[in-house]
Design a protein around this ligand. Structure first.
Ligand code: IVH
Length: 669
């Protein structure tokens, strides 16, 4: 092994870690996403060439590991306590008076005031600078080992520098949360897919952290703020505020709004500031935490069996408002899902004027018995759009009849259907203008084809005038089509055309995602592209073959098959191809030596994920199935194989170990 390779790999890792910190922790990226992806790809390439050099703290190792059956219990080194709550300035004064009484008035009473993030408390262990274990709070004494899920959170450093020997065993605690934007997107996606939405960002974060498959957790927009450091012996910090600063310099994400207050009055000032300011934060905060700054004094005070005596929470009430439902209308989503929305008498709530509330679906409306004309209590529990909590009509007031979902699409008047087993009503008319608009919006969006100047106003006009009915129509637009549009000068029309032209270069994975196939998210699209290299290939694949990709289950494969068989899909894809879009990624594999051979992979592979081996087999023309049958040609057996190896033996199917497989593909080059 060439030692310069190790150096190269280490440099790349450090470089990527630096940019992860700039992007995810400091919110101050220095390079473009594309440059970042290039760095990561170079590292992946090197690591697949030198698998023996893969280390657990490599940025390529954030998402991985097996799907767990359950989480293992972890006993906390010291209990994870909760905080005593206060709800008024008087109660805060009582807290301060207790400090005075117990520590004596000559002590310093500096307090650290932090935001109380509404998420989930977790603890992280670092050994010799490496993130080795993370756990939930659980009952305070014992939590659950969620290390693999925590590793997917980019703002958690996988490695820190041990600048002082006392940091070689470091425990930090913090709050995992989901920001409001991410939460809203996740719920929109779930509603669209007919899955129940999460009630609030906290539940969404909790649900995401407790998923047994870290790959799904990786797709959830989770983040963390570190708020405490565990006991360090011999002590390293005298001040909590200083400790937080050091944690920040080590690469941990700490909250930028934390303040050191010299006395109680300054604490009260913070309480007043955040009372109104908390609505402008991009995440949910349910109060403040006031902590005594002096760590020796914290230790002197200790804790009861429930709460530390040196800290207290100040809780704000969740704001609610009462208003009236003027109407209930139905919106049509990208895949035709119909969502009822309440139009409210405008009312001030949590710093903004609220006019609409989502009602999710008919089941929700019936459960809460919500009707047009009702007086309702609404709450903003994190969502940007608030929700209706309950009906609060005056007794004896007359009510309108129950709300009925429309039978026809409110946009195109075609019949609505409710697919079996789903709660969502859908419009299945593929040329429904509302759907076309939503589809185009998605197609042009940043994570899809990223067409910069194609905003909703332009899309609406293009669809309403009938000029654009399908995605491929976008690519035949001319200057003459665009200039007459409202607020469209020749220069912006040219920019738009350029943007559309440029988007032709987007890679296959993005195109697949942009097509807006139900359940096919960014990651599934990327995996499909990596595995099959062309839309034509994907189209040919039977369900079983699609599902041979680990993260692709029946929901996605059925949806793909339904999409490709739909009238018009094929012509549309052919058109896109003729127009010069990337309907395939790299040139088809140079070797087809594994053509027609069917493989099953079992056990853990060395230095290579099963996914990588699958792509390898696919790229050489072979197929991979998830279970062994008579049709299987070879079973590749890694470490700790499952029952598949036994089945192979029973059926007399040849097995290969990893080196056997390597030889086979070497030969087949
Ligand atoms: S300190 C021993 N600081 O609020 C003190 N907690 O009951 C432990 N929380 O479960 C907590 N933001 O998960 C602290 N800045 C912050 C916090 C915070 C949120 C959570 C924490 C705990 C609950 C308090």
């Amino acid at each position: 092994m060439d030692p310069s390779k190790l150096k190269e790999i280490e440099n790349l890792r450090q470089e990527i870690q630096k940019h992860d910190n700039l992007y995810y922790v400091q919110d101050a990226p220095e390079i473009s996403d594309r440059e970042y992806d290039r760095l990561l790809q170079s590292l992946k390439d090197l690591e697949s060439k030198y698998p023996e050099l893969i280390s657990p703290d490599s940025p390529t190792q954030r998402v991985g590991g097996k799907v767990a059956e359950k989480f293992q219990p972890v006993r906390h080194s010291s209990p994870m306590l909760s905080l005593d709550n206060t709800y008024s300035i008087e109660e805060l004064r009582d807290f301060h008076n207790r400090m005075l009484k117990n520590l004596g008035s000559e002590s310093s009473f500096s307090y650290v005031v932090e935001l109380k993030i509404d998420g989930l408390g977790v603890t992280l262990q670092y050994k010799d600078g490496l993130f080795v274990q993370g756990a939930t709070r659980g009952d305070g004494m014992t939590g659950e080992d969620i290390t693999l899920n925590l590793k997917t959170i980019r703002s958690i450093p996988l490695q820190i520098s041990v600048v002082d020997p006392r940091l070689s065993n470091l425990e930090v605690r913090g709050e995992v949360f989901m920001n409001l934007k991410g939460f809203q997107k996740l719920n929109d996606y779930r509603t669209e897919a007919g899955e129940p939405p999460f009630a609030n960002p906290r539940n969404a974060a909790a649900g995401s952290l407790r998923l047994l498959d870290p790959k799904i957790t990786a797709e959830r927009p989770l983040d963390i703020f570190i708020y405490n450091v565990g006991l360090i012996n011999p002590p390293l910090f005298l001040s909590h505020f200083e400790a937080l600063k050091t944690l920040k310099s080590l690469g941990f994400k700490t909250n930028p709004h934390t303040r050191l207050c010299q006395n109680l009055d300054e604490v009260i000032e913070q309480v007043e500031i955040w009372q109104t300011q908390k609505h402008s934060l991009p995440y949910d905060v349910d109060g403040l935490v006031v902590k005594l700054d002096s760590i020796p004094n914290q230790n002197k005070l200790g804790s009861t069996n429930k709460h530390p005596r040196w800290a207290v929470a100040y809780k704000y009430e969740t704001e609610k408002a009462i208003t009236r439902i003027n109407d209930i209308v139905c919106q049509v989503g990208r895949t035709g899902s119909i969502t009822p929305v309440a139009l409210l008498e405008p009312v001030a709530l949590s710093g903004s004027t609220v006019k609409r509330a989502t009602l999710h679906n008919l089941d929700e409306i019936r459960r809460k018995d919500i009707r047009i004309g009702d007086r309702v209590e609404i709450e903003k529990a994190g969502e940007i759009i608030p929700k209706v909590l309950r009906v609060v009509n005056e007794p004896g007031s007359s009510r309108k009849p129950e709300f009925q979902m429309p039978e026809k699409c409110p946009e195109c008047s075609s019949d609505l259907v409710r697919p079996e087993g789903e709660v969502v009503l859908r419009c299945i008319n593929v040329i429904c203008p509302a759907q076309i608009k939503e589809r185009l919006r998605h197609f042009a969006s940043r994570k899809a084809m990223d067409i910069e100047n194609l905003g909703p106003a332009v899309i609406d006009q293009l669809v309403e005038s009938g000029r654009v009915k399908t995605i491929s129509d976008l690519y035949t637009l001319t200057l003459e089509d665009l200039v007459p549009l409202e607020r469209m000068a020749e220069k912006s029309a040219k920019n738009l055309l350029n943007g559309i032209e440029k988007s032709k270069k987007q890679e296959l994975g993005r195109l697949l995602f942009a097509l807006g196939i139900r359940h096919v998210g960014e990651r599934a699209a990327a995996l499909l592209a990596q595995t099959f290299f062309s839309i034509d290939k994907i189209m040919e694949m039977p369900e079983q073959e699609l599902e041979s990709i680990d993260e692709i289950g029946p929901k996605i494969s059925e949806s793909l098959i339904e999409f490709f068989k739909r009238e018009g899909t094929l012509t549309e894809i052919q058109k896109l191809e003729q127009l010069g879009l990337n309907t395939s990624s790299k040139p088809q594999s140079v070797s087809e030596k594994l053509k027609g051979l069917q493989f099953v992979i079992t056990g853990t592979l060395d230095g290579m994920s099963r996914e990588e081996m699958k792509s390898k087999i696919h790229s050489l023309g072979g197929r991979v199935n998830s279970s062994v049958s008579k049709k299987t040609d070879y079973v590749v057996v890694g470490k700790d194989p499952g029952s598949k190896a036994k089945t192979a033996e029973k059926l007399g199917i040849p097995t290969l170990d990893q080196s056997g497989f390597s030889e086979m593909i070497e030969e087949s080059k």
